[in-house]
Design a protein around this ligand. Structure first.
Ligand SMILES: Cc1cc2nc3c(=O)[nH]c(=O)nc-3n(C[C@H](O)[C@H](O)[C@H](O)COP(=O)(O)OP(=O)(O)OC[C@H]3O[C@@H](n4cnc5c(N)ncnc54)[C@H](O)[C@@H]3O)c2cc1C
Length: 300
């Protein structure tokens, strides 16, 4: 089966692109590994149109149903190989569940967060373990918060949390923070503990206390300030250029350096990792792809 567009990734960016492409009457397939940031149980409180918030997983489910209504097909699985065929100019895409061809590709593969290393950490993500002050700073008002960082960039974010709560402890892991950084934290009356997480106690994803640096820390919420790694394996196979930070380089309309390959969502840059931004970029990528696919459009 040859599609007009294959979308790698079924999070908010990929689903938004899918809805637009379906409505452009483009034969569209979403190949999705079913994980990513939008597959955790968090409630998105800042996405427009949901006064009581919307679960990230629910938003995915709704987006998928919306895309299916416009004729978009879905395949489960991780894309393992992708290349452009010299003779046909088509992209050949393979995953564990199948192989397909397409005239254009949208890469919406997101990022992989670095979560703190303790047994069962994933059970806490989206319930009492977060990473993003823009998304979840608001929920920390008056709470006892443990910030886990390994670099001075985390120190800056830690100080920004003071807007919401002064009950902050910074756990400096992996000796990555400079003495000056740790001094800045103490000057802002943020408690500093150095050492690894030894144990986490809680139930149903809700943390109660954390043992680190040889002491127990009462904790309502944890934030990992350890960063994330963009999922660029398919991009690398196509020769798509990355920027200095390792994210996919795009132009203002989500085009990459490879003709008919577009990128959208968290994978396109280290900032503005939001559902709103992902949905916007997905829609932009779909519009660029649709334009470029018109029969009278000639690629160089
Ligand atoms: C705990 C938590 C709380 C958050 N809270 C908020 C919030 O309140 N508000 C907000 O706006 N944002 C929030 N975010 C961020 C938001 O979830 C992301 O910005 C958003 O999901 C990005 O969408 P995306 O489509 O780019 O990536 P993702 O949602 O990560 O989706 C990427 C998809 O691509 C798939 N994929 C990756 N590689 C491949 C491959 N090789 N082949 C096939 N599929 C692949 C993944 O499995 C995944 O399904 C939160 C994130 C987390 C983790």
């Amino acid at each position: 089966m040859t599609y007009d567009v294959i979308i790698a990734g079924g999070g908010p960016a990929g689903l938004s692109a899918a809805v637009y492409l379906g409505r452009f009457l483009r034969r569209t397939l979403v190949v999705d590994a079913g994980q990513g940031r939008s597959a955790f149980p968090q409630i998105n409180e800042n996405y427009l149109g949901f006064p009581r918030g919307v679960a990230a997983r629910r938003l995915r489910e709704l987006g998928r149903r919306q895309a299916v209504r416009f004729g978009v097909a879905f395949a489960e699985g991780s894309i393992t190989a992708v290349r452009r065929e010299a003779r046909s100019g088509l992209f050949a895409v393979e995953s564990g569940s199948g192989a397909w061809q397409a005239r254009a590709l949208i890469l919406a593969t997101g990022v992989t967060d670095i979560w703190p290393a303790f047994a069962g950490a994933h059970r806490y993500v989206g319930r009492s373990l977060f990473w993003c002050i823009t998304c979840d700073g608001f929920r920390t008002r008056g709470q006892q918060v443990l910030l886990i960082g390994a670099a001075d960039s985390a120190v800056t974010t830690a100080c920004q949390f003071l807007r919401y709560t002064d009950r902050l402890t910074f756990l400096a892991v992996d000796s990555g923070c400079s003495p000056g950084g740790l001094r800045t934290l103490r000057e802002h009356r943020i408690a500093v503990v150095e050492g690894a997480i030894e144990r986490v106690e809680g139930a149903r994803g809700l943390v109660r206390r954390v043992r680190a640096g040889g002491r127990w820390l009462e904790t309502d919420l944890m934030f990992s300030l350890l960063g994330a790694v963009p999922n660029t394996a398919p991009a690398a196979q196509l020769g798509v250029l990355l920027d200095d930070t390792g994210y996919i380089r795009i132009d203002r309309e989500q085009r990459t350096n490879v003709p008919c390959v577009y990128a959208a969502g968290d994978v396109t840059g280290p900032y503005a990792h939001q559902v709103t931004s992902a949905v916007h970029e997905g829609a932009m990528a779909a519009q660029a792809a649709n334009y470029d696919l018109y029969e009278d459009f000639q690629q160089e």
